[in-house]
Design a binder for this molecule. Structure first.
Ligand code: BYC
Length: 320
């Protein structure tokens, strides 16, 4: 029987069912998914750097344990996402190579520095808050392995967002100097977090096609607005001011209006010239090179388990 694979693919998308790795899919669908999932995976592991930077300087043992758990979660998210990308026929080594040679992107947000402890609060509250808005709809993405991976990632992101909010709540209610430190962090992270959602809909190259395929469920501007509407009342609860004088509720629209976004800054960061781009990539490449022995050891161990007899002849411990 001859099956019309293209029609089958379209039927699955139209029925809002999931495409699975063995299903036929158009090459452009596969390429779009590899691009987005890889970029997402790279963001998770590069995103470990600005927060990892504070593990040794967290203000208490409890804060340090929480931050370590969060940074480890980000590594785990990277693993799930690289695994999801591998189901599309690309290897993790290939993707890492594309990241290291600047041929694939990671999120603009991780090219900003974490200058004070309050930045860890602002990253959790704003960056993970933005991540949740963007990523919850991806749990319904049309590609099965990506959608399933996102379910656990989103649960962990919720915890991350709350811990960030809690850091800022304590600082905001503390001494005048602590409140000022929290405000300064929010002043620096607000606009980069708004930019995380990507260019406006009329400038977004991929949105329309990705939405037709059910990869993206909402546009960049829709998600950005959702994040702003969700975050303004939280800022009030924190007694912190968001650095946008144009921010006000619009009864007619049923949303908050906000001021102009500095898209020149966004593209400068995306194109490799933000405050920390070079440092982030150099640190990632160095960690990869220094970790070569771990990968070699893991590969040797896996081979030994697959064939326990191999390589043991003549070993003094073989009989032990
Ligand atoms: N940064 O056509 P568009 C996290 C690029 S992880 C850099 O709208 P699309 C977390 C875009 O790639 C956060 N580049 O693209 C981790 C495209 O260029 P190319 C990451 C960006 O894909 C650790 C061009 O601009 N989250 O939250 O339809 C600790 C045109 O854009 C950015 C994800 O990756 C950006 N911000 O939409 C804490 C979620 N925005 O590829 C937190 C999954 C756009 O043609 N990804 N570009 O050269 C997505 O949802 C979508 O890929 C995006 C962009 C909404 C990001």
């Amino acid at each position: 029987m001859i099956v019309d694979w293209e029609a089958e693919f379209q039927r699955t998308i139209d029925a809002d069912s999931r495409i699975e790795p063995r299903d036929h899919m158009p090459e452009s669908y596969r390429a779009t998914l590899i691009r987005q999932i890889a970029q997402h995976a790279h963001s998770e592991i590069i995103g470990m750097q600005p927060e990892g930077n504070w593990i040794t300087r967290a203000p208490s043992l409890k804060r340090k344990a929480i931050l370590m758990a969060k940074v480890q979660d980000e590594a785990g998210h990277g693993l799930y996402l690289y695994s999801a990308a591998e189901t599309l026929g690309v290897s993790r080594d290939q993707l890492i190579e594309l990241l290291h040679t600047g041929r694939q992107k990671y999120s603009s947000i991780f090219n900003y520095p974490t200058l004070t402890w309050a930045d860890i609060g602002a990253v959790g509250w704003l960056v993970d808050g933005a991540a949740i808005c963007n990523q919850v709809p991806l749990c319904r993405c049309s590609y099965g392995p990506y959608a399933r991976g996102m379910v656990r990632i989103c649960k962990e992101e919720s915890f991350h967002q709350r811990q960030g909010f809690e850091i800022l709540r304590v600082l905001s209610a503390g001494t005048a100097a602590q409140h000022a430190m929290a405000q300064d962090a929010v002043d620096r992270w607000w606009w980069p977090a708004i930019m995380m959602f990507g260019p406006t809909d009329d400038e977004s190259t991929h949105s329309q096609q990705s939405m037709t395929w059910g990869i993206k469920r909402f546009s960049n501007d829709e998600l950005r607005q959702r994040f702003i509407d969700m975050t303004v009342p939280q800022a009030d609860a924190l007694d912190l001011t968001l650095p946008d004088p144009a921010l006000r509720w619009n009864d007619e629209r049923g949303h908050y209006d906000f001021g102009p976004i500095d898209w020149a800054e966004f593209w400068q960061v995306v194109n490799g010239d933000g405050p920390c781009n070079r440092q982030r990539l150099a640190q990632r490449v160095a960690a990869h090179v220094e970790g070569a022995w771990v990968r070699d050891a893991a590969t040797a161990y896996a081979a030994k388990r697959a064939d326990p007899g191999a390589g043991q002849a003549g070993s003094s411990t073989a009989a032990a």
